[in-house]
Design a protein around this ligand. Structure first.
Ligand code: BTN
Length: 309
């Protein structure tokens, strides 16, 4: 009902009378008023006067009803511990492909390598549940597809010169705009689901706690709509997953990367490796050329520019 009311408001050029809303929605005027009150409680600035209702402003909150094409699959929470935990529980209970959990804030946002992901108001925090119909050994390509499509979306929607850093970060001018964390559950050699968690610094200021980070607001000089960004990203991701055979995913990813050709240091739980990043192999591993000329394949880790080299 909320999405239908908002659609009527957004297509109207004038005040919409209670009578019109009641007729178009097939509900009583008292019901209309109750729905309007609920929208106001959710932060919608709606004037109610003698002539009817007028939507002055809508909050930039990714409520499910703001995504009419996928309303049943978007779950918004003002505050959660981590969208990863909520999404994992939903996936275990059978949530379908492309279900999205999003939150205004996270109290225990998780990053890769057991880091904390600071999740203040203004950022976009989502976890997408994916059930790709691909062999288990290709699952890592889904993560590359997720970061590749996010990079394309950010470039197109905001004009920033986003680039992907191995394996899944998005940087702009060397500063981190977005991070991605992926978890998977499998059974009998088959993927049950993948949860892809993405944090994007949109209108928050991450620099106090993370000096090497940046936000879309800082980059563009204006607030960016999280609702519009999320809608654009989900369309891009869904389209890619529907049409991709995943054969070209790594090559597509390479066209937008800012890692290859650089001297890097890769830190994992076990070791730190330094060298020139020369390739990403079809298995998604980073290939480093070490100082003695040998090649080293890195499957997992956090990659940073090695300024000392
Ligand atoms: C990283 O760069 O280390 C990955 C960061 C991933 C953060 C996102 S925010 C939404 C989702 N929920 C979490 O707790 N983490 C991911």
């Amino acid at each position: 009902m909320k999405s239908r009311i908002l659609k009527i408001f957004r297509s109207a050029k004038d005040v919409v009378s209670g009578e019109t809303l009641s007729a178009e929605l097939g509900i009583s005027r008292v019901s209309v008023w109750k729905h309007i009150q609920k929208l106001q409680e959710c932060g919608y600035d709606i004037d109610a006067g003698a002539k009817g209702y007028w939507l002055r402003n809508a909050p930039d909150i990714p409520y499910s009803w703001e995504f009419p094409d996928r309303e049943n699959r978007i779950h918004y929470f003002p505050e959660v511990s981590s969208t990863m935990d909520i999404a994992r529980d939903m996936a275990r209970r059978g949530a379908p492909h492309l279900t999205v959990v999003t939150a205004g804030r996270q109290t225990c946002g998780r990053g890769r390598l057991r880091r904390v992901w600071h999740s203040d108001d203004g950022g976009l925090y989502i976890t997408v549940i994916l059930r790709p119909d691909i062999p288990l050994q290709w699952c890592f390509r889904v993560n590359f597809a997720a970061s590749l499509t996010l990079c394309r979306t950010l470039r197109r929607e905001t004009g920033v010169s986003a680039a992907v850093k191995w394996p899944n970060d998005i940087l702009v001018n060397g500063k981190k705009l977005s991070g991605m964390l992926s978890e998977m559950e499998a059974e009998a050699g088959m993927v049950s689901f993948i949860t892809v968690g993405i944090g994007i610094n949109v209108n928050n200021d991450p620099t106090f706690l993370e000096p090497a980070a940046c936000s879309l607001k800082q980059l563009t000089g204006t607030s960016v709509s999280r609702k519009a960004l999320l809608a654009a990203y989900l369309n891009e991701l869904e389209d890619y997953l529907r049409h991709a055979d995943f054969e070209s995913t790594i090559d597509d990813w390479k066209t937008l990367n800012c890692t290859l050709g650089k001297q890097v240091r890769v830190v994992s739980m076990q070791e730190t490796s330094s060298g020139c990043a020369v390739d990403v192999d079809p298995g998604g591993a980073l290939i480093l050329k070490l100082s003695d000329g040998s090649l080293k394949k890195i499957l997992y880790g956090d990659c940073m520019n090695d300024e000392k080299a």
